[in-house]
Design a protein around this ligand. Structure first.
Ligand SMILES: [Zn+2]
Length: 277
């Protein structure tokens, strides 16, 4: 893994043409430095001139693997290749994808791209909504990651919602072209309160806001149409997964909200969609 001076992005890398045949531009790969150090990156560029086995990333990207030096490592698909339950994934520090779907579902997809300990309780919220709407036209897609050392799980397994590639997530590939009428994604943020964003119509975001507002005590619940954590980019998975790319609802929540109110927030979201699908 060589230095990449031009790029100070911690989340991306460039690869040789040979590696690019397996991991194309825009897809994710997992770089494993040793049994304790690994992280997911998005391929930003193919460098035709580079030796076949070379990956480049910035110093700050290498620091996610515990070093700012160059090093030898191995490349893997981002997801665990072993079948395991969430409990097994948690105890082995793995990253897994879960899809609950039927081919004829086109109503609502509930998403949690950063479950497990990446943004805790968000995957549980997605499943709560699915359970509340059981028997309805609802699919769920979750990714959950854990680690077993004391390091930061977000730093190891986070893939930005605008980078997540169906080519790297087979479950997502299954539903990528479905054209859901509605999509909602649960996320966690460092800031306080709750943000209701995404490309969905303002009317829908206001309905969700009203439903959540009464469940979270004094925490502010704000509809956002732009800016940090607003999720409005058309490259955000919750937006492009909807019919015609029209837009989904992107919900960001503080740690406190996810700790104390994750169930009532999820139930409030379920109640809104129960009337729509
Ligand atoms: Zn997130």
């Amino acid at each position: 893994m060589k230095a990449q001076g031009l790029n100070s992005d911690p989340w991306s890398c460039s690869v040789s043409a040979a590696i690019g045949d397996v991991f194309g531009v825009g897809t994710q790969l997992r770089v494993r430095r040793n049994k304790d150090q690994m992280a997911i990156y998005t391929v930003a560029e193919i460098r035709e001139q580079d030796p076949a086995n070379m990956v480049r990333m910035s110093s700050i990207a290498r620091q996610r693997l515990g070093t700012s030096d160059t090093f030898s490592g191995t490349l893997h698909t981002p997801l665990s290749t072993k079948l395991m339950t969430d409990a097994q994934a948690e105890s082995s520090g793995a990253f897994v994808e879960r899809l609950a779907d039927a081919k004829d579902h086109q109503g609502l997809v509930v998403m949690a791209p950063h479950g497990g300990r990446i943004e805790f309780n968000t995957d549980l919220q997605a499943r709560w909504v699915a359970q509340a709407l059981a028997g309805g036209d609802v699919s769920t897609w979750c990714c959950s990651g854990w680690r077993t050392d004391n390091g930061n799980t977000h730093s190891r397994w986070h893939v930005s919602t605008t980078d997540i590639s169906p080519a790297s997530f087979p479950g997502l590939a299954t539903i990528a072209d479905r054209g859901f009428a509605y999509a909602v994604a649960f996320h966690g943020m460092k800031a306080n309160g709750v943000l209701i964003g995404g490309g969905a119509p303002n009317e829908l975001k206001q309905l969700i806001r009203q439903a959540i507002k009464s469940e979270v005590g004094n925490n502010p619940v704000t509809v956002v149409n732009g800016g940090k954590n607003s999720g409005v980019s058309e490259t955000n998975v919750v937006n492009w997964i909807t019919a015609g790319g029209g837009g989904g609802v992107h919900i960001e929540q503080s740690s406190q909200v996810r700790e104390k109110y994750w169930k009532p927030v999820a139930q409030a979201v379920a109640d809104v969609f129960a009337d729509l699908i």
